[in-house]
Structures are given as C-alpha cells and as structure tokens.
Ligand binder design. Structure first.
Ligand code: AMP
Ligand code: TRP
Length: 335
C-alpha cells in the first residue's frame, strides 16, 4: 500500500515559531525524504467550530497556505489544498459520525478545554471536531499522521473508528493511521514562561515569535525573553530546572540543527546577555527568508490560488473514488 501522510493546521491567527519548529519543518523533511506521498491541508472547516470572521476566512486560508509554501512545502511535490475544497471530507464525516460513540467524544480533552464551563452552549461542530479530523485522514486512506501530543487522543479515536468500520462492513478497507513521531526538542515554550507552550492564543504577542515578524521585532522579543542571571552550564541536562533558559537553548539548537550539548560547548560559562544576540541572529537569518517568501506569495494571490486549485484537484481525485467505495460498502442506492 502507498505510504501516505496527511496533516493540517487551522487558519486561525498567524503561525509562530512553535508551529514551524514543531510541525511545518518536519512536514517538509517528510516531503523531501520521498518515502511517502504527502498531503497538507488548511483545515478551514475546523476553523469555523469556534466564532470566526467570515469576511476574513478565505484570506486566512491563503495565509496559512503561503506559510506552508514559504517553509518549504512544494505544491508540486506535495498535495496542498483547502479542506473545504474537497467535499468528501464532510461527506465521510457524516458516515463516520454514525459509528462514533458519544461516550468517546465526551472524553476528548480538547473539547473540554475549548468548550470551557459552558459546554451546553458549545456547538455540535466543536463536539464532533474529532470525527471530521478522522474523516480528513481516512478519506485518503492516509497511513501516517504527523501530529503533536495534543492531537494524539484524536488520532486514537480515528484508529478506533477504523476498527468499527472495518468490523461492521466486513473489510480491511481503511488502514489504521499511525502517528509519526516528531523530532525531540521541537516543543517550543513561551518566551515569557518556560512552562507554557508557545501558543497563538496567548494574549501577549511578546510570548511568541510569529513567522511574519520583522528582524527588529524578533530581536526585541529575544532581548526581552525571560531568563535568569546564571551563566550557561557545560551540559544541556543541567538546564532542566531552568525552563526559560532551556527553551532558548532548545530554539537555538533546533534552528541550527545542533544538539543541546553542542550548543553548550559553544556557550558554556557565558551569560544570556551574550547568548541572546547570537540567538536573535540565528532566528532572524532563519525566519527572514520565510517571511519574505510569504509576503511575495501573498502579493500574488492569483498564483497562490492556482496552487490551491491544483492541490484541490489532486486531492479530489483521490477522495472521490474513496467516498464512492465507502458508500457502496455501506449499502447505499446508486444509479
Ligand atoms: P495549533 O497552533 O495548536 O493549531 O497547532 C498546529 C500544529 O503546530 C500542531 O501540529 C502542533 O502540535 C504544533 N505546535 C503548536 N504549538 C507548538 C509549540 N509551542 N511547540 C511545538 N509545536 C507546536
Ligand atoms: N486538529 C488538528 C489541530 O488542531 C488539525 C487537524 C485537522 C489535523 N485535521 C487533521 C491534523 C488531520 C492532522 C490530520 O492541530
């Protein structure tokens, strides 16, 4: 069977360094390794499960697609598309919803977090979000899914839905999608609190480096990042009790493709007033070409839309025969 990867991100807010180092950069490595067919979508149908601005949705989708491409997703090597441009995602979701137990959805921690105390008022879309995610994966019979820890529970649900479908409809139709273990050290923390993930929902923009930040902003955010007065140790593991310091070293190491100990060999005994300018340089050098390419792509909407259209055609070409097969297996009338 074809080894096929599918992943996606929501078009909500801007992407930050955590999204890049924790997800996007790994997608590009998987694409370039050539062991898998790779599909990357902008999950716009997921983005409308919380209040959103309809006037901005299409442009937000373009922005995320531009970020994928600027980070190295090649719209010819990979299939790059907007989820809503492939109707079979929604069609399959309904079918899978009939074989998903409510008890399982009740256990989803992301729903609990997002719905908050007022879960009676949360929409059915937010509740059934994991079923749509299962459909995203299964409509392509994807075998591998690169996701972070927060999405493991959803992927497990997708695997359980596969079990139910295959059992009920008597075939090994869907493969059980496996998670792709992402590189270590790629969990990036807030610049202001080393115990919190860098996140697009954090109130202060100073907690994160956005992919679109200019050089001065990046340098300023690094300069103002929380640290401690101690010098850097010789061994990376000695930073375990210093989360903010550890995070900055991790960012440096990940951006330069070095291990934590290699970075320590360079900076042991130095203080953060020496380390921070070096980190700012590395971050600016790495991110400047990405934000420049993003802006270029966003200035040429016609080209960007052409890439998304090409991706949607290729994605539909895989998804449409699958939805027909599923409906056949489930016994629907057809002409
Ligand atoms: P989100 O921003 O939560 O929609 O996540 C989109 C993707 O980026 C997911 O694959 C996450 O695992 C990844 N991601 C988000 N924040 C971070 C972070 N601080 N460090 C590493 N990966 C992250
Ligand atoms: N739920 C994922 C997130 O919040 C995004 C997503 C939707 C996804 N469908 C997917 C990720 C399918 C991987 C595969 O980050």
């Amino acid at each position: 069977m074809t080894k096929r990867i599918l992943s996606g991100m929501q078009p909500t807010n801007q992407l930050h360094l955590g999204n890049y180092l924790g997800a996007l950069r790994n997608w590009v490595k998987l694409q370039d390794a050539g062991d898998y067919e790779t599909l990357f979508c902008v999950v716009d149908l997921h983005a409308i499960t919380v209040p959103y601005d309809a006037a901005k949705l299409a442009q937000s989708t373009r922005e995320i697609a531009a970020a994928y491409i600027a980070a190295g997703v090649d719209p010819h090597k990979s299939i790059l598309f907007a989820q809503s441009a492939v109707p079979a995602h929604s069609q399959l979701m309904w079918l899978l919803a009939t074989m998903t137990q409510i008890g399982k959805l009740n256990r989803m921690t992301q729903f609990k977090d997002k719905a908050g105390k007022n879960s009676e008022k949360a929409g059915l879309g937010l509740y059934s979000y994991p079923v749509l995610m299962a459909a995203d994966i299964l409509i392509y019979k994807a075998t591998h899914v690169p996701v972070g820890d927060d999405q493991r529970q959803h992927l497990e649900l997708a695997r359980e839905i596969v079990g139910t479908f295959n059992h009920r409809y008597g075939q090994d139709y869907f493969p059980e999608p496996e998670s792709v273990v992402l590189e270590e050290g790629a969990r990036i923390m807030s610049l202001r609190d080393g115990t919190q993930k860098m996140s697009k929902s954090a109130e202060s923009d100073m907690t994160r480096i956005n992919l679109t930040d200019d050089a001065d902003t990046i340098a300023k955010k690094v300069r103002k990042a929380k640290t401690d007065p101690e010098p850097l140790p010789e061994i990376f593991a000695d930073l375990d009790a210093r989360p903010e310091a550890k995070n900055l070293v991790t960012i440096y190491a990940t951006l330069t493709d070095k291990t934590g100990d290699e970075v320590m060999a360079e900076f042991a005994g130095k203080t953060f007033s020496e380390f921070k300018p070096a980190l700012a340089d590395v971050a600016v050098n790495h991110l400047a070409p990405i934000s420049a390419r993003m802006n270029e792509l966003l200035d040429d909407t016609a080209q960007l839309d052409a890439y998304l259209k090409l991706g949607a055609e290729r994605a539909n070409a895989i998804a449409e025969p699958h939805i027909k097969e599923v409906m056949d297996l489930m016994g629907f009338w057809k002409a």
